[in-house]
Design a protein around this ligand. Sequence first.
Ligand SMILES: *[C@@H]1O[C@H](CO)[C@@H](O)[C@H](O)[C@H]1NC(C)=O
Length: 271
Amino acid sequence: ICKTSMLCACCLKDLVLLSFSFTEQYEVVGPVYPVFAVAGEDVILPCSVKPNINVVDMRVEWNRPDLKDSQLVHLYEDHEDRNTDQIQSYRGRTKLIHQELQRGNASLKLSSVQVSDEGRYKCFIQSKSWSDDATVDFIVEVVGRLPVITVDGFDDSGGLHLQCESEGWNPEPVLEWLNSEGVSLSSETTDTHRNTDGFSVKHTITIHHSDKIHCRVRLRHHMLEAVIISSSNALGKCVLYCTSNYCVCMFYTTISLFTLLIILNQTEINV
Ligand SMILES: *[C@@H]1O[C@H](CO)[C@@H](O)[C@H](O)[C@H]1NC(C)=O
């Protein structure tokens, strides 16, 4: 029994050290934040033991608790990889670096990432007398297709209805309208769908002045942009002829026929 608090702290420290050396207790730690990777790239899902003890003699299991049927992603047991019961889609794409296991690092290397790899992973490390696990959330980024701006026509006050749409993203991207000065314009309607192809977003806006309007779709470090330029101030009722790259607006007054050329431009920007 410790009589002073200083002695107590000292005794406790020794006790903790003793328990580590006898029962080989350890904590399995994963990343605090989700791991992101772009489809097609390789990724490392971090997992290690604290303190950094050698785990080569232990059992290291990576699995997917979020899947219903088969859950095994990678198994290392009795000093070798045993992946006969591995989920089919991971075949030949997982790797544990055995040298790293000596340093308490059981991170999983996953090559050519697929969308189906997205989900929750568990890294489970088991010794003869102890076991612990950590969770790793993995998100697969898919950069969608270039946004397309379409002109939906005019309203009675001369406002030009625009719609911007982009498909095939994962996870959900952010769509933003900007004017030529870079000021963000609020969308009138917003619509997000998810299907097997990923997320698609569609926003509409009405503009009342001739301007250069940008539609930006962003996901973390990726951004795709479409631009529409209306070249005339005289917006009125018209008939639109559109191709994928431009629209020609023929509009009528009692005396003449004007043509308003709207140029649509699509760009990919690396942020
Ligand atoms: C753990 O091992 C991986 C390779 O599997 C390596 O990329 C990573 O840097 C290692 N982590 C540490 C903390 O050493």
